[in-house]
Design a protein around this ligand. Structure first.
Ligand code: GLY
Length: 305
């Protein structure tokens, strides 16, 4: 499996943000709109960074925007599990302190990334699951959502196709972001509904530090999207960050990660990276992975799929 596409950007010493809207195989007519959403998410994060805000706030803002957009597999519009229900995974990590917060198998809440951020802020534990995660969220003032307001017709149709064996259970549309702020701190955030028709209780790579999300100011920050079991087996986000710490360029690290995912775990997908100096890179082995980026100035706003 070869790297189908890779990209690098950013500027040494500047703030930067890179956002993804999921690796997959979008039909050509949906690609432009998917990229436009990522561009807008990157712009929202960039406005925070340009005003001197933190990388953590920037990645949360970008992911929140995509969770609220029903075209992506996160928050509203997320994939359904084998029961036809939402079971959401999300994590956010602070590269300055290695503080990390995650939720997994979360019942419907509108913005899982906001709950993950509260887990990070609280600091007692790293990851909450299922009803325990829901209880934590409610204690902190979050409200359960009516599933009918979050489940889309598209998500129901994808589940039916998967049940009939007409479609893979590909998790395209997972969303994520990595950023460096002007103080040099890194952060990463990722949110997903997981694979379509996944077994009840399945947890993917997204909320697991080092698998689907990772940030360390001394190494890099990463967000993954793709076949989560492969990301879990390889710990690929942590590996890619360490390759940058050891001297690989962000683009070399991203491409190496994508090749290793296929070679060692037969997994396809994509990865985003930001280095401690602000350089950005992404790579994917899938047909598409919508993305948006911005660095140094709001004029440097770009996107693709
Ligand atoms: N990468 C998202 C998932 O497999 O759940």
């Amino acid at each position: 499996m070869s790297v189908r596409f890779s990209w690098c950007g950013g500027e040494v010493g500047a703030w930067s943000i890179l956002v993804h809207g999921g690796a997959g195989d979008l039909p050509p007519e949906r690609r432009e709109a998917h990229a436009a959403g990522c561009r807008e998410a990157a712009r929202l994060g960039a406005e925070i960074l340009a005003a001197g805000g933190s990388a953590l706030d920037a990645v949360q803002a970008a992911v929140t925007f995509l969770e609220d957009d029903p075209r992506y597999n996160a928050g509203t519009g997320a994939s359904l599990d084998e029961r036809g229900e939402l079971s959401l995974d999300a994590a956010v990590m602070d590269g300055a302190t290695l503080a990390v917060g995650g939720v997994c198998a979360l019942p419907p809440f509108r913005n899982p990334i906001a709950i993950a951020r509260e887990v990070l802020r609280d600091g007692r534990h790293v990851l909450y699951a299922g009803e325990g995660a829901a209880r934590f969220a409610e204690e902190r003032g979050f409200f359960r959502a009516d599933p009918a307001t979050m489940i889309t017709e598209t998500a129901r149709a994808r589940l039916e196709e998967t049940r009939r064996g007409q479609d893979g259970n590909w998790a395209d549309g997972t969303v994520g972001a990595v950023a460096r702020d002007i103080s040099g701190h890194l952060a990463a955030a990722t949110s997903t509904g997981g694979t379509v028709g996944k077994r009840y209780g399945r947890v993917g790579d997204t909320p697991i530090p080092g698998a689907g999300t990772y940030a360390d100011d001394l190494a890099a920050a990463a967000s993954g999207t793709g076949y989560g079991e492969g990301y879990l087996r390889t710990g690929i986000c942590l590996r890619a960050c360490l390759w940058i710490q050891e001297g690989k360029t962000p683009q070399e690290a991203a491409e190496t990660a994508i090749r290793m995912l296929w070679k060692r775990a037969q997994a396809r997908g994509g990865i985003l990276l930001v280095a401690p100096d602000g350089r950005l890179a992404l790579a994917r082995s899938t047909e598409t992975m919508s993305w948006g980026a911005c660095w140094a100035s709001l004029e440097h706003l770009t996107a693709g799929s």
